[in-house]
Design a protein around this ligand. Sequence first.
Ligand code: ZN
Length: 338
Amino acid sequence: MINRNYFIQFWLSITRFRRGRYLYKSYLNKNDLAKFIHISDAFTTEILKVWYDDNLTSTENLLSLPLWQNSLVRIGNKPIYYKSWSSKGIQNVKHLMKDADNFLSFTELKERFDVKTNFLVYHGLISCIKLLRNAIENQNETNRNFSTFVENFIKAPKSNRLAYKKLVSAKQSSPTKSQEKWTADCSLQCSKTIDWEMAYKLPFYSTKATKLIIFQFKLLHRRLATNDFLNTIGIREDDICTFCRTEKESLFHLFWSCSETSCFWQGFMKWLAENQIKLKSEILTPDIIIGLRSDTLSNTKQYFYFLVARYYIWSCKSKEVLPKIERFPSFLSSLIPF
Ligand SMILES: [Zn+2]
């Protein structure tokens, strides 16, 4: 991630130029950015693109809308910038308003801001804002303020996080395919019976060990290469299970239905009982084993033990040795920080 100081230096250097000053207050869509501003820095271009949002949803949104270099406020199909108006403090739609509903008259505007302009220019701008207002009048109201990326970036205490969140929100999508596959594997009625958001968060609540968090992330997203997958892509000659050497090795087989894995889970349940770790239910189901749900577990520590057990099975598969409960305690202690 880009360092904050780097970013501030970058902005200071570009604002020395006319284009930079133009960019500083701009609120432009992808097309206008490409047409009016040339930025060589790929990161800056990307964050400015995703910052723009033309979804005006309330009158409050409209009042905070910047007037200048804004793709929504167009005269002659171009964003505008009236430098003399800007220098007198006219920046947002609210500066043109007498109150929440009425615009300043042309005379009132001249008196209040001491700007030299003519009626036609002012009327053109007001007409444009009125069109935007008509467009949002029938929409539901939500609270959201329009402000440029750079203003927010400089104000934010954790600026990199702000940029990161914005980029992620523009790109993220729900991994429905892996969710549907797990639902089918575990013979659940409907994927909605799983609280997926919680399933993705649980590893973070239960440990700080990055390798465990990454492992669980890969498992939930079905990104662990089992023998059936390696066989399909031509890396392995057979798709037979590393442990039992009889059935096809899929994720579900490896972690749940394999006879060797089953033995390990039985031993694991005994180990929990011997260590006075009491679950809400003694019945193990595949969704608990995979880490899709935690409602039969009492706390995040119990989730941690299951997570380490899953990771132990995966490390045995990688080393091509059988998972044995006798070796589990030493594996566990190697992962607990002291
Ligand atoms: Zn097997």
